[in-house]
Write a protein that binds this ligand. Sequence first.
Ligand code: GYE
Length: 330
Amino acid sequence: MLQRVSALIAVGAVVLTMAGCGSGGTSATTDGGKAADDGKITMGFSQVGAESGWRTANTKSVQESAKTAGVELKFSDAQQKQENQIKAIRSFVQQKVDVIAFSPVVESGWDTVLKEAQSAKIPVILTDRAVDSADTTLYKTFLGSDFVEEGKKAGQWLVEEYKDSKDPVNIVELQGTTGSAPANDRKAGFAEVIAADPKFKIAASQTGDFTRAKGKEVMDAFLKSTPDIDVLFAHNDDMGLGAIEAIEGAGKVPGKDIKIITIDAVKDGMQALADGKISYIVECSPLLGPQLMDLAKKVVAGEQVPARVVTEETAFTQEQAKAALPTRQY
Ligand code: GYE
């Protein structure tokens, strides 16, 4: 409680600083410790990496929106390693940024570093992926998709597609990065929906780390170890695209011999959907930048923000992909 009160006081101090130099930018008030404040918000952003088309689009969205919003961005790429993210967050704390935003590569193991940010009175915003910390005061808000819902949408399409068939349906699954929120949640959402009918069987399930190369490699192995694959559920487009290469390499026709469901709806995925190689894509929007900057400004100003901001998303059939492709932004 005491801690919360002092955190509130600290936020108040930042608000005063902002108010003192925000509009005209002439006042040089500082809050005693923070880097000389020109009224600009400084955000430290720790990105997961550059593992997929989704991630590239997300990085671009964050960088462009920071420019538009007049937020000074300190951007750090963790190359899919939690230890790099922890280092980046510590360095943001040292640099006394106004706000830290990050997309946690995995869900667990953040409490210590988040407590350090909290003690330094620097607010944290979770972007895209969640953490499993029991103490939810460690971050101000979580902006991103509902990954369980995405997995459910993938499962619902499958149930509908095979509704008239009694034969067993053999599914292989390419999971995202082990321990990441999207891998955990998409798997859970999908499994929950297909459990309604015992004809659906997950014959093999392994991580492809959200990359094209690993997707191809693991699909190669699935094709050798698992006879009669009917369906591939890949947790993102990139792994699905890598798997398409493996399927074609094995002399099979993606979309016909093996139906493919993926998540993201980046341009390359949408093209493969329009071409009939992928059967269905659940959208996951990477364009989180504008909302992130908006939330950051509010949080730094000490305004209340919702604890959870869910991204709005849809899903695409092959026909819908053909129609959407010409105006697709990412
Ligand atoms: O689906 C995948 C990326 O966290 C939602 O990460 C994101 C996922 C996205 O590598 O392509």
